[in-house]
Design a protein around this ligand. Structure first.
Ligand code: NCD
Length: 358
């Protein structure tokens, strides 16, 4: 199924050369933002945030305002008709008829794709549950490209909640499209990377290993991407408590890192990077957060000035088959058409990437 609008649901809705162009444009905007201050005059961006957000929401809003456009939307669904029981289809249908571009964050996986099915304007996925977060990845790529001058041949450590961290999933998918990166996946056995992402890494020119110790891994890294344990994705406080505070980057551990190590974090940080690390020149997470504005300005311009269709589904409905992922949007919004693509005796849900063994 093809949508006539240019959505960004997953980064692979765009080609690698388009990511590179967005990053180059973001660098140009950063050098001379005044040149772009009227490019979106008269345009409206709708922001639908069903989940808490500081950086993503405000950097999108800042980006649109700095381009000369305006914003509408909500950051708390309880103050919108969602509190009265309105479904995702109706909310997105209506807001997309008011706005020229819509940015959505939602706790359920596959929600951005579901919204794109009926939207009357382009949709940008600002995080769908623990699944994907493509615009954080654009921010990460811009920061890495500035700091390292390349997105290839890097040894990248990713540490923390690799299972539920949507920023990790999108970043690994993206970096695996560049040549010869090596990923050191640092987590407890309980919070390892989902196997569908490992399959993507295995099919790429990149290699990866899974380890437990941050301290042992640090010396070989060019990049360390720290992440928060995603409390809101755990089914009990007990399970969360068993995972929190396992990995803490402090000055002592950082002493073992290369002199040109780049330390990133999508933020918010809880306790996984101690405050005294902030003074170290290798701590680049605040630069990374600020880059979010420039890369989102570049993304908004790219989407609005180059309209083109987006393929939403490759597969088909399989009679009687439903997604088994409880956090998949298709299990909440029952009217949604299910769609699966086949892989041997396994089907893959096209909303959330869950595998279903037949
Ligand atoms: C991340 C997110 O929402 O996934 N934050 C962000 O967008 N910068 C990371 C997180 O919440 O841990």
């Amino acid at each position: 199924m093809i949508s006539k609008y240019r959505h960004l649901i997953d980064l692979n809705d765009f080609s690698v050369s388009e990511w590179d162009s967005i990053i180059s444009l973001a660098k140009e905007i950063k050098k001379n933002p005044a040149l772009y201050s009227h490019r979106c005059d008269g345009k409206i961006m709708g922001t639908l945030f069903y989940e808490p957000s500081t950086r993503t929401q405000m950097s999108f809003q800042t980006a649109m305002l700095r381009l000369g456009g305006s914003i509408i939307g909500f950051d708390n669904p309880e103050t919108s008709s969602v509190a009265k029981g309105e479904n995702l289809k109706d909310t997105t249908k209506i807001v997309s008829s008011y706005a020229d571009i819509m940015v959505m964050r939602h706790p359920l996986e596959g929600s951005a794709k579901a919204a794109a099915l009926t939207s009357d304007c382009p949709i940008v996925n600002a995080g769908d549950g623990g699944h994907l977060h493509p615009t954080q990845t654009l921010t990460d790529l811009l920061t890495l490209s500035e700091q390292k001058g390349t997105l290839s041949g890097l040894t990248v450590g990713l540490c923390g909640d690799l299972m539920n961290g949507r920023t990790v999933h999108s970043l690994l998918k993206a970096l695996s499209c560049y040549k010869n990166n090596k990923f050191v996946l640092i987590s407890t056995p309980e919070l390892r990377l989902p196997s569908y992402i490992k399959d993507i890494l295995n099919a790429s020119s990149c290699s990866f290993c899974e380890v437990d110790s941050l301290e042992d891994a640090i010396p070989e890294l060019d990049v360390l991407y720290m992440t928060r344990i995603q409390k809101e994705r755990f089914s009990s406080e007990e399970e969360y408590n068993a995972q929190k505070d396992v990995y803490v980057l402090d000055r002592n551990k950082l002493m073992k890192g290369k002199h040109d190590l780049v330390v990133l974090h999508p933020l918010p940080r809880v306790d996984e990077i101690s405050i005294d690390v902030d003074e170290d020149p290798r701590a680049l997470y605040f630069v990374q957060a600020k880059n979010g504005v420039y890369v989102r300005m570049a993304l908004i311009l790219t989407i609005l000035e180059n309209p083109s269709p987006t393929k939403l589904f490759d597969g088909k409905v399989h009679a009687g088959v439903c997604c088994r992922n409880k956090k998949c949007i298709t299990n909440r919004e029952k009217y949604l058409p299910k769609s699966f693509w086949g892989m041997g005796d396994t089907l893959v849900c096209e909303y959330c990437d869950e595998r279903i063994l037949l």
